[in-house]
Structures are given as structure tokens and as C-alpha cells.
Design a protein around this ligand. Structure first.
Ligand code: HEM
Length: 504
């Protein structure tokens, strides 16, 4: 009996010591971890800092970073979030720790359409699937050869935009710059992908496509409790998943129509299509046949969704912000138009290669992307494991945001940061290609925007053509109010009347 009770006592002591050792180690671990986390504002129980996000998160985070510094930690429900707000910290995230920090945290609405498992924008870059999708788009859409081969197409589509502006000018009608340039961008991308126009100026279909793209962006970027408390996902309290499904289903339906037509055509054709007539969808469909097919139709639909959602609104927005800035800064408008007049003169229309001779216009595009980066917090990244950045812990699974909007307006980096002054870029090497961390509107590192070469061409060509052929009359004042939904929009669309230039 005595032996039994002695054993019991020893076992009890052993379990108690294990418990103490375990809790002490846990306490030590969590206390060292929390002292090492970047500084951040105090949190409320359960919700953490969700109440501090607001409708314009890039602005709220900029304000907070003035108190907590260029690397700060916030907690949204259960989600650790680290936000960086200086070129040096951006470099740490996008270059030094690019490999560990290049996963994605997908919002609940993205998961509601199962996009996180197939999309080039959301799957992990260490997967063979991501490499395949990046390679396909790099080769068949964005390579220097493809960019050159689609030059005439871009010029044709921008000429159609000019004809639309001509008509509006004759009627002295104000034009919604964002919508008009959205249609041009949409048709450029749809011709690269399907070899057809998806819409025309003023048609209802264009409006449907526009609304679906913007609706999809907003559903992905709007505040959603389920992003912070995943168990709430099924309730869809903010309706983001419902909206995402509705908008994307409309787009998928259009894509399926083209896939079916092309598949039918392909099965009837004996000879392979001439290389010069092949579009992106032809290249993708080639990979769906045979025993070793690398893609199926679902993969293709999701890839096309990425291209249209990521490529259209971002580019047309940039044109709209550029025009808004030029119109409110008449001296820059005069400089831009004089440069264009000097180089293009009486040629009658703009050729894409002319742009390389327009340094002031290139500076206008950079200055627009500095003040109005289309994706102000880039796409959210995710830490694959604990990482140390500037001596602080970025814990495993944390969401990492790079506030490029704040970096673009940081007085420690830029002189007169809130002024639109394209001259600051003249004679400077600084570019948007992901090597200069004070200006990374397209991101940097392995996840850098693959559409960058196309985007820069489209935005510059549209802008130069609008300024070459027309003067612009403001019906009323221009404001710079913003709305946010992954991409940054002008809250009040810019409406301006084009006035045809007299070139006699
Ligand atoms: C002014 C126009 C554009 C801007 C400012 C822009 C910006 C961005 C940014 C900031 C990212 C995230 C980078 C990161 O995570 O670090 C991104 C990703 C992406 N962009 Fe763009 N973009 C533009 C145009 C385009 C165009 C024209 C296309 C295609 C037609 C495109 C396709 C994509 C895709 C597929 C991704 C996801 C890449 C990945 O996660 O691996 N973008 N873009």
C-alpha cells in the first residue's frame, strides 16, 4: 500500500513538474515573441485593431505609422498583420525576405469562388502550378516579342478611343475618362486573349463588364469579418462572397462562350493555326489536350479572370488620375502638351515608339503612380515561417502589407510629397520596375506584377493620345477624393469635355 501511494505521489510530482516546465517555456516563448513584435497601437479584446482600419485603410495605416514607425504590428481579430511604410522596410519584405514572405493571405470572398487554389495571383509561388501560369503569361502576353507584336493592336484601339472622343467633342459632351479608358484597356486585353472586342463605347455590355470587374475588386478588398474570424465565413455577414460570386459568374460565362467556340473551331481544323494569328487562349487550349494535359477549362477561366480583373481597372484608373492631376495643375498640362506637340507635331496621330522620346510624359506617369498607386497596399503577403525584419518578429502566418501609398507621400523620401511635380523625375534613373523601393506601384520581387510592360505601354499611349488630339474643358471643379477596394478609385469620376485641337 505504501509503495502504491509512493508511486502515486511520484507520478503526481512528475506530472506537476512537466506542467510547470511546459507553461514556463510557453510563457517565456510568448513573452519573448511579444516583446519582439513590431510596435503597434493598443488593441481591444477580441477585435484587436479592426476598429482602426476605416474605409480608406491605406490612409489609416499611414496615420498610425506616424506614431508607431515604418514597421508596425496590428491585430485584426486573430490575424497578425505587419505593415511596412518605408523604402528600407519595403526592401526587406520585397527583396531580402521575398522567398519567405511571398505567400498570400486570401480574403474570404476569394475563397468563396475557390480562386485561392487555382489563381496565379493567390496560389503559392513555390508551386509548379504558379510557375507554369506565370511562364505562360510572360511568354504569350508580356514578353518583349509579344509586346512588339501587339503594338499595332494597341494603336488601333487607342484610335477608336480618339474617334469616340471626336464624337463627344462635336456634341460638346462631357466624357467619363475612367469608363472610356476602361473600354480601351478591356478591348486591348480581350484582343490579346481572344482576338475580339468585348465591348464598344456606350454599350450596355461594356457597363456590365465594368461593373463586374469593379464589383469583384471591391468584394475582395472590402472589410470582411470573416477575413479575421474564419469561422464566420459561412455567414457572409458583409455580403462580399455573394457579390464576388455574382460578379465573377458573369465574367466566367463570357469566357466559357469563347472557350467553347475556340474548342469547336480547333476540332474542325486540320492544319495548325498560323503563328501570327494565335492568341493567348489558343496557347492555353493547346495545354488542355492529351494524357499529359497541364490545364483544364476551369484553370483557364480563373487565369483569364485574373488578367481581366488585375489589368483593366488598374490601368484605366491610372489614366484618370493622371488627367485629374494635369487638369488641376495647368502648368504641368502645358508642359506635357508642348512636349507632345514638339515631338509629334503635325503627324496626325500618336505612334507608340514616339513615347520613348517624351521624357516629361514618362515622368507624368511615374508621378501619377507615386501619388495614386492603383494597388496602394500591394496584394497581401503571408509569412511562411517566423522571420526577423529590422530586429522585429514577423510571426508565421502573419499578413504583411507594404503601404506604397504612404511611401509615395513620405516627406523623408520626397520633397513636396503631396504636390504633383513630374519634373522631380527628369534626369533621374528612378523607375517603377521594382528596383527602387521608394516607388514600387507594381510590387517587386518574384510576385511583381507580370502585366507591368503592357500596363506602362497602354497607360502612356492613351494619355499621350488624349493630350495630343484634344484640349480639355472642365465642367466643374476636380476633387481628389478616393474610394478603396484593393484598387484605389477616384470617388467622383472625372467628367471632362474634349475640345478638338485645330491643326491647320
Ligand atoms: C497600372 C496598372 C497596374 C498596376 C499599378 C498593377 C499593380 C499590381 C500589383 C501592385 C500587384 C501585386 C504585386 C505584389 O504582390 O507584390 C499586381 C499583381 C498582378 N498583376 Fe498587375 N498592375 C497593373 C496592370 C496589370 C495588367 C495590365 C495585368 C495583366 C493584363 C496585370 C496582371 C497582374 C497579375 C496576374 C498579378 C498577380 C501576380 C502574382 O501574384 O503572381 N496587372 N499588379
Amino acid at each position: 500500500m505504501e509503495i502504491v501511494s509512493e508511486n502515486l505521489f511520484l507520478s503526481f510530482c512528475f506530472i506537476l513538474s512537466c506542467f510547470f516546465i511546459f507553461t514556463t517555456v510557453r510563457f517565456r516563448q510568448s513573452s519573448t515573441r511579444s516583446t519582439m513584435l513590431p510596435p503597434g497601437p493598443p488593441r481591444l479584446p477580441l477585435i484587436g485593431n479592426i476598429h482602426q482600419v476605416g474605409k480608406l485603410p491605406h490612409r489609416s495605416f499611414t496615420d498610425l505609422s506616424r506614431t508607431y514607425g515604418p514597421i508596425m504590428h496590428l491585430k485584426f481579430g486573430r490575424l497578425n498583420t505587419v505593415i511596412v511604410t518605408s523604402p528600407e522596410a519595403a526592401r526587406e519584405v520585397l527583396k531580402r525576405h521575398d522567398q519567405t514572405l511571398s505567400g498570400r493571405n486570401s480574403p474570404n470572398s476569394i475563397r468563396s469562388i475557390n480562386h485561392q487554389n487555382v489563381s496565379v495571383a493567390w496560389i503559392h509561388p513555390s508551386t509548379a502550378r504558379w510557375r507554369l501560369l506565370r511562364k505562360l503569361s510572360a511568354t504569350h502576353m508580356f514578353s518583349p516579342q509579344r509586346i512588339e507584336a501587339t503594338k499595332a493592336l494597341r494603336m488601333k484601339k487607342v484610335q477608336e478611343l480618339m474617334s469616340f472622343m471626336d464624337e463627344s467633342s462635336e456634341r460638346e459632351e462631357a466624357v467619363d475618362i475612367s469608363r472610356a479608358s476602361f473600354i480601351t484597356t478591356l478591348n486591348i486585353i480581350s484582343n490579346i486573349i481572344f482576338s475580339v472586342d468585348l465591348c464598344s463605347y456606350g454599350s450596355e455590355i461594356s457597363n456590365g463588364f465594368h461593373d463586374s470587374v469593379i464589383g469583384g475588386m471591391e468584394a475582395a478588398g472590402s472589410p470582411d469579418l470573416a477575413n479575421f474570424f474564419p469561422f464566420l465565413g459561412f455567414l457572409d455577414l458583409q455580403g462580399n462572397s455573394k457579390r464576388m460570386k455574382f460578379c465573377t459568374e458573369r465574367l466566367f460565362k463570357v469566357f466559357r462562350g469563347f472557350i467553347d467556340i475556340k474548342t469547336a473551331e480547333k476540332s474542325l481544323r486540320n492544319d495548325p493555326k498560323d503563328a501570327s494569328n494565335r492568341d493567348f487562349l489558343d496557347a492555353l487550349l493547346d495545354l488542355t489536350v492529351g494524357d499529359e494535359a497541364e490545364l483544364d477549362n476551369n484553370d483557364i477561366e480563373h487565369l483569364l479572370l485574373d488578367m481581366f480583373i488585375a489589368g483593366t481597372d488598374t490601368s484605366s484608373n491610372t489614366v484618370e488620375w493622371a488627367m485629374a492631376e494635369l487638369l488641376t495643375n495647368p502648368k504641368t498640362m502645358v508642359k506635357a502638351q508642348s512636349e507632345i506637340q514638339r515631338i509629334i507635331g503635325q503627324n496626325g496621330f500618336v505612334q507608340e515608339p514616339d513615347i520613348s522620346e517624351l521624357p516629361y510624359i514618362q515622368a507624368v506617369v511615374k508621378e501619377t503612380l507615386r501619388l495614386h498607386p492603383a494597388v496602394p497596399l500591394l496584394l497581401p503577403r503571408k509569412a511562411e515561417k517566423d522571420v526577423e525584419v529590422f530586429g522585429y518578429l514577423v510571426p508565421k502566418n502573419a499578413q504583411v502589407l507594404v503601404n506604397v501609398w504612404a511611401i509615395g507621400r513620405d516627406p523623408n523620401v520626397w520633397e513636396n510629397p503631396t504636390q504633383f511635380e513630374p519634373d522631380r523625375f527628369l534626369g533621374e534613373e528612378i523607375d517603377v520596375k521594382g528596383r527602387d523601393y521608394e516607388l514600387t506601384p507594381f510590387g517587386a520581387g518574384r510576385r511583381i506584377c507580370p502585366g507591368l510592360p503592357l500596363a506602362v505601354k497602354m497607360v502612356s499611349l492613351m494619355l499621350v493620345s488624349l493630350l495630343y488630339s484634344f484640349d480639355w474643358k472642365l465642367p466643374n471643379t476636380v476633387d481628389m477624393e478616393e474610394t478603396f477596394g484593393i484598387t484605389l478609385h477616384k470617388a467622383n469620376p472625372l467628367h471632362v469635355v474634349p475640345v478638338k485641337k485645330n491643326r491647320h
